[in-house]
Design a binder for this molecule. Structure first.
Ligand code: PGA
Length: 249
């Protein structure tokens, strides 16, 4: 059985004190979740939040890592540094990184490799922009994203990757993919994994949906056979909403 998961992505929100307050609230509320729960925080919060969540089932993720192992890269944070905080996961390839920081397939492939080498599980994001969806090119886009940055992995490493389908037109826009659109794409992604790694790996791959997933629509999205959970942005910033989403999984 593949892992079901609800992951929060705080993005560039919350001061350290606000982040500590939110993590503390989540620790009190999320005692016995039925799925894996992850919160991705800004780098600067990681060590504190990992420490605070000791004894809690909630896992911690970084939102990014550098595309170099170490050295003279002022302002960057390496996968080894992330791992040294005790974080377990690292989001890689979020559309905001692709769009605003020009992260291409090669850069993301390097980040995936570095995360894995350092014992982190990548949460690898893929998804098409609005124009690509309108041109009915979404399948070729996600296929190229997978082939460009994760399908070089051997089976053992690929099994450590969580995929997140996030249609860019749905992120932060309130325009959620319909449950049918999500299921159709998730089934397609699983078929690509099957072609590359075989049926057993495909069946075990966790594929999250992200993009305006919230306390109201989560249950309907998660009810689909190939939607194994969610990557939640805005709605992960409020303990009430995020807890409702966790309980919907
Ligand atoms: P959203 O963001 O839930 O605010 O749409 C999701 C994401 O970008 O991971």
């Amino acid at each position: 059985m593949r892992t079901k998961m609800v992951a929060g992505n705080w993005k560039m929100n919350k001061t350290l004190q606000e982040g500590v307050a939110l993590a503390t609230e989540l620790k009190e509320r999320v005692m016995n979740p039925k799925c894996e729960v992850v919160i991705a925080t800004p780098f600067i919060h990681l060590a504190t939040v990992v420490e605070l969540l000791k004894g809690s089932p909630i896992h911690v993720a970084a939102e990014n890592c550098a595309d170099h192992a170490l050295g003279a890269y002022t302002g960057e944070v390496s996968a080894a540094m992330v791992a040294s905080t005790g974080a377990d996961y690292c989001i890689i390839g979020h559309s905001e990184r692709r769009q605003y920081y020009a992260e291409n397939y090669d850069i993301l492939r390097t980040k995936v490799d570095l995360a894995l080498e350092n014992g982190l599980r990548p949460i690898f994001c893929i998804g098409e922009v609005k124009e690509e969806r309108e041109a009915n090119r979404q399948n070729e886009v996600v296929k190229a994203q997978l082939e460009g940055s994760v399908f070089h992995l051997n089976e053992e490493n690929f099994r450590r990757v969580v995929l997140a389908y996030e249609p860019v037109w749905a992120i932060g826009t309130g325009l959620t993919a319909t449950p049918e659109q999500a299921q159709e794409m998730h089934a397609y992604i699983r078929s690509l994994v099957e072609k590359k790694y075989g049926k057993a790996v495909a069946e075990d791959t966790t594929i999250l949906y992200g993009g305006s997933c919230n306390a109201k629509n989560a249950a309907e999205l998660f009810a689909n056979a190939d939607v194994d959970g969610g990557l939640i942005g805005g709605a992960s910033l409020k303990a009430d909403d995020f807890t409702t989403i966790i309980n919907a999984r």
